[in-house]
Design a protein around this ligand. Structure first.
Ligand SMILES: Nc1ncnc2c1ncn2[C@@H]1O[C@H](COP(=O)(O)OP(=O)(O)OP(=O)(O)O)[C@@H](O)[C@H]1O
Ligand SMILES: [Mg+2]
Length: 277
């Protein structure tokens, strides 16, 4: 569904995205992870035609980058709010539907359906400036889905949301996947990527440093991790065998934890950074 080859974006001397190549299958939920400034948003902006690549190839659903047909197949939820706050929720969706040349009757039906879907039916006639952050985020998702795209781009969709709303959004994303939508999302919440994504790519300084299923990335380190405290901070060691990990843990005298390796461990090991967010 998405084919990226040798993608580069430079801002002056700075290379924000550096020779990125990857393929995303139809119906896949794919996670783009990486520390602040890794190039995630820049990648999404190139894929959604908001900025021109310096070099490289992008194809989405058989359309070449730059062709108008791409706009019809993609839906975008950007990192920062970009709703018109002086319009109502309904009017924001109406405007988007018109920009996509949706016929009046279909547009109205779809707006009503999507407001229901994101649980905003009773707030449709209210100005967006009165909405909470979570409501705005849900409205942006409704807007991105209005014209029935085949690929949805979500740039940090759950940032600032309370845990319940975040989990409701996860359900929504899973439901969209079941309906055959392809989803590319970025997140700093590693457990979110682990729970939602079939595969994840980790970017650092614009370069792809890992691409695999969350389970395979964990397996690479070893399925078990022992964590213990040292005066200079906490330490970790990975093991493929639980019994050997347990033997090692028994030799330690400080507070020790033995647990299964998770995607956050893989992220920290690969990028050498603690998780933000
Ligand atoms: N318009 C721009 N002009 C100059 N440099 C830019 C511009 N947009 C992004 N950059 C730079 O490109 C690099 C990648 O930025 P990008 O926003 O893609 O990172 P990100 O992975 O989305 O980070 P975050 O997790 O903080 O959202 C950064 O060094 C950033 O300063
Ligand atoms: Mg970003």
């Amino acid at each position: 569904m998405i084919h990226i080859e040798g993608l580069i974006k430079k801002f002056g001397d700075r290379t924000a995205v550096d020779h990125l190549s990857l393929d995303i299958a139809k119906g896949e939920v794919f996670g783009l992870l990486g520390p602040n400034g890794a190039g995630k948003t820049t990648t999404i902006r190139m894929l959604t035609m908001l900025t021109q690549p310096t070099a490289g190839t992008i194809m989405i659903d058989g359309c070449d980058h730059g062709e108008q047909c791409i706009k019809a197949v993609i839906g975008v939820v950007p990192q920062h709010f970009n709703l018109d706050i002086e319009l109502t929720a309904w009017e924001n969706l109406e405007l988007h539907g018109r920009l996509h040349h949706m016929p009046t009757e279909e547009r109205r039906q779809r707006i009503a359906e999507l407001l229901e879907y994101v649980e905003l039916s009773d707030r449709g006639t209210e100005m967006v400036q009165k909405f909470s952050g979570g409501m705005k985020r849900r409205l942006m998702i409704a807007r991105a889905l209005l014209h029935r795209p085949k690929v949805l781009f979500l740039d940090e969709p759950t940032v600032g949301l309370d845990p319940q709303v975040r989990r409701r959004l996860w359900e929504l994303i899973r439901h969209l996947k079941d309906e055959g939508l392809t989803v590319l999302l970025t997140t700093h919440y590693i457990e979110e990527a682990e729970s939602l994504c079939q595969r994840v790519a980790i970017l650092e300084k614009g370069k792809l440093i890992a691409l695999d299923t969350p389970a395979a990335l964990c397996q690479r380190l070893g399925a078990y991790v022992v964590e213990w405290d040292e005066p200079e901070g906490s330490k970790t060691r990975f093991f493929t065998d639980r019994a050997i990990a347990s033997e090692f843990a028994a030799t330690l005298t400080t507070t020790t934890t033995l647990r299964q390796t998770n995607l956050e461990d893989a992220f920290v090991e690969l990028t050498g950074r603690k998780v933000t967010g």
